[in-house]
Design a protein. Sequence first.
Length: 444
Amino acid sequence: MLNIRLIIGLIVFFLPYTNSLVLNTGFPFKIYELLSIFLFSLLLLNLLMGKNLAVKIYKYEKQIYLALLVFFIWYCIVGIAGINNLNHTSTLAWAVGRHAPTISVITKLFYFLFNIILFSLVIAYINNKGSLLKAVRIWIISSFVVSLYTVYLFIASILNTHPFLLPGTQNLQCIDVPHLGTFIRNSTFKEGNLLGSYMTSSLLITLPFLFIREKNINPFSSKIVSLVFFFQLFALFISYSTINILVFIISGLFFFKITYFEKPRIPKKPFYAIVLFGIVIVVFLFSQSGKLLFYQKLFGTDPFWSYSRKDRINMNLIALKMACDNPVFGVGPTNYGFYYNDYSIPSMRDTSFKRIAGNIYAEILCESGIIGLVCYMSLIFLIIKIFIVKKKYIQKNYMPVANALFCGFIGMLTVFLAFPTFTLTFHWVLMGLLISSIKALQIQ
């Protein structure tokens, strides 16, 4: 008997390992990718053998699939057009291997299709309270393991010792912070921003379990959940990602607002938690690291700390220029990097590595045109609309879990303003779990 939910659970556990435990055979395979390919193959084999794998698809799910299919088809069309339009890639040193013009487009489309299939399977098979809560718990446990490893790497870096690296680790990203030292900030991810986004989602998913005491929903003790939350928060700070720390603060407050603060009488524990939350934020903002992360990176003039802000503004402006010149088809998926120097000022040009838009919405606009962005935003607004309309049918005591997934989704959309890719798999699984919660947590 094919245990689809067990395999999906394993996939969820290994989602954060995008830079570690990687099998590099010329192409870096992650464990969750291998598990997913195994699952896809088994399902296909069972279908070919005539076995019944039918699942119930709700009307609102069909609407989401249709919007996603339209976006994917358009992305394929602009991908073909983008390949045909490239004519000067030989001058770029980085345009080899998986970054070569045609291969990079095919790779992007493959990852997009891969995530669509996994997204659909999560919705289809995580379809009841038990399977949804198990998937959420696995996510929390996995994030705790990663946060422990992140803290370990941080301490080892600060103490100038050689840390134990997980097998298959691809690269380390370090940052030097005054009065603190040099430390590794990417952990099991390729870069700190990716780690920060995962920890932001994980913190929001864990947040309701600090207050839920029903054993059928939360089997963990309050001390264990508090410990998990602390290490997740520590790992988020270690990522040194300004956008993700800001988004966690905003999304966390939003979670409290829609979950506990809409009632005439505010529960004591959430109220005390929000007060403590506010104190921690204020203390951090006035710390040395807080000043660097927020004041210097967002508003300061220090050449090192303000560079990221200036570079992102430059990349976004270039994306808008590309979109103006290619409003219908864009320049093609992943092709922003090939055209970057044509639109950049001389002092900002670079041929040493592939440039990205650094903003998902700007990337989709310049690489797939206005139609591509409209298709993507239609999908996003459809998911938000469906959740808001359907949440009234969710069982009251399960509402904090659903709200946490929704806040994680909103946080993801906000982080996309300064994020490198919309095909990172854990985001698609998060979206799948959100949509699954609509039917899984319904009043029976």
